[in-house]
Design a protein around this ligand. Sequence first.
Ligand code: SAM
Length: 292
Amino acid sequence: MRAVAREMSRQLQPELAPGLHLVATPIGNLGDITLRALAVLARADVVYCEDTRHSRTLMQHFGLRAPLKSYHEHNASAMRPLILDELAGGGRIALISDAGTPLISDPGYKLVQEAIAAGHSVVALPGPSAALAALTCAGLPTDAFLFAGFLPPRSAARQARLEDLKGIDATLIIYEAPSRVADTLSDLSAVLGARPAAVTRELTKLHEEVVRGSLAELAQRLADASARGEYAIVVAPPEAGEVGDPAIAAALSDALEDMRLKDAARVVAEALGVSRNRVYEIGLRLKGQQGA
Ligand code: SAM
């Protein structure tokens, strides 16, 4: 442990450089804070967070006394000019979120964009994020992945978004509220079919849980459960050989030159071995785009 103390004091020694420091914090287990995060939070002039009461618990746990100010969805546009003024005055500003990495399904993007445009230094302090924690323990391919954040809350819009994501050759990572996790799994199963997936819950916390199975199994398993806690869902990419939407759209475009949609959908569905409904839906979207 002496080496850890030595490293901590090494981290604390230099003055913190002026600029915006994006600091990842734990998603549940306070032991996941990094030494560098502690060193920056200890020396920052001010720490911007979503909820000062929530983040005070974190700061107090580690004996950190930097002033906390709020920067959240609802005050972001009013606060940004003030933060940019502080940066212009040489301020050493830290940005954290309620949990995990700021900007990942959390506020901060516009602040970073404007800080960069104004020529300020912007530094990332990597650390916990539910997305990567879920991906790494899911047991699904990690070579290419797409973080889809939260899907739309209503089923029709969610299914439309899933149709867009369906053909992407990458593992999908999705955040979901407990009240919607069952409905989302049911839509995932309906739109993406029989893909392997994992539902992760309360990662790094006492009741951490990872349930792995096909989307249909997971949808069934979660259907009756009264879901509680924080969920991240990971879904495998389409099977090699599975016909993607772009291939269907290309075949349909050709067929539509000589046929009505109904006939084109039947011919393409038979040729590619996919459902007629799926082809028909893609045809409707194609026609919508052409009409737009
Ligand atoms: N910035 C955070 C990050 O880097 O992970 C995410 C913030 S987002 C507003 C919160 C969502 O992340 C939750 O609704 C849940 O879907 C997911 N999440 C956060 N903590 C989690 C945990 N411990 N286990 C599983 N999912 C989690």
